[in-house]
Design a protein around this ligand. Structure first.
Ligand SMILES: Nc1ncnc2c1ncn2[C@@H]1O[C@H](COP(=O)(O)OP(=O)(O)O)[C@@H](O)[C@H]1O
Ligand SMILES: [Mg+2]
Length: 278
């Protein structure tokens, strides 16, 4: 499986909408994990009229289970999730309700990431705006691909630049960083890519009626499933999965390099007997 983190630089560009749309168009088993420190959004939006029973404890409950038993929580993960689609292949781990609860999660993001990675199926984690003290860094460190969603406006590009610089230092060696543009701004994709220095993996149409189905649970038009937005999200999914494969390859080659480097280094015992310390 792979961990995909969807982030923004602020300004509500559509990170949650995009993460949910990816999950709904994903082939096979996928978990949408709402990890935005600002709180959950899908239960009161897309799921408002779709929820059949109690929502359950969601992310906070899982985090407590992870704290109690870091190695056992993956097996029980499904108990904390809800089906997003009828076939149950896409599931939702709903986020915190009260932003004050984020303090309880602060040291648990990394074990949560490990739990996500220990189950089968991909995970799309919606982290919301990054850059604040509450940013779930433990998830970013473990991500295979991080996608920043933004609109091509001066304000969003300006906010994105320093956050992407920090992100490069935070994410793992092979992790891939991608941009997703919601086509609602003055700048072209080429200009944004040049200024921000990361590949644009998708240019999604700005389509408020279709986006509101995802963000607010609005009634879908007959053409919703075949809409430019949903088709764009499907294509974006294919591209980010390809990026995750590249991340896997980069990880594997850095492991190979490490092994090769170890092979030419003396063992600790040999170094010690030769008078070398560590
Ligand atoms: N592709 C899109 N086209 C038009 N409106 C969009 C699109 N994606 C999101 N939106 C709208 O933008 C607003 C913010 O979306 P949301 O996903 O909650 O943003 P964020 O998670 O970044 O704060 C919502 O009203 C949503 O309907
Ligand atoms: Mg959001």
């Amino acid at each position: 499986m792979a961990l995909y983190c969807v982030i923004s630089a602020g300004g509500a560009p559509g990170a949650t909408t995009t993460a949910l749309g990816l999950a709904l168009t994903w082939p096979g088993k996928v978990l949408l994990a709402e990890c935005d420190p600002a709180g959950r959004r899908v239960l009161s939006g897309f799921m408002a009229d779709r929820l059949k029973g109690p929502a359950g404890p969601g992310l906070l409950g899982l985090a407590m289970a992870v704290q109690a038993n870091p190695n056992g929580a993956a097996a029980a993960l499904e108990e904390y999730t809800l089906p997003l689609t009828q076939d149950g292949e896409a599931r939702l781990l709903h986020g915190i309700h009260d932003p004050r609860q984020v303090r309880q999660l602060a040291r648990l993001w990394r074990p949560l990431a490990d739990t996500f990675m220990a189950q089968d199926g991909d995970v799309i984690a919606d982290l919301g705006r990054v850059g604040g003290a509450e940013t779930p860094v433990g998830l970013l460190e473990a991500a295979d691909v991080v996608v920043m969603v933004l609109r091509p406006t001066l304000g969003q590009v300006d906010a994105a630049l320093p956050r992407l610089e920090v992100l490069r230092e935070v994410v793992g060696e092979g992790a891939q960083i991608r941009l997703c543009l919601i086509d609602d701004g003055a700048y072209s994709a080429a200009e944004v890519q040049r200024v921000l220095g990361h590949p644009i993996t998708a240019e999604l149409p700005c389509s408020p009626p279709d986006a509101r189905v995802l963000s607010d649970g609005a009634a879908p038009r007959l053409t919703f499933n075949a809409s430019l937005l949903m088709r764009g999200l499907e294509t974006m999914g294919r591209r980010v999965r390809k990026a995750a494969e590249e991340a896997g390859r980069a990880d594997a080659s850095s492991e190979e390099t490490d092994t090769a480097a170890q092979a030419v280094q003396p063992s600790p015992a040999a170094a010690a007997s030769a008078g070398g310390g560590r």
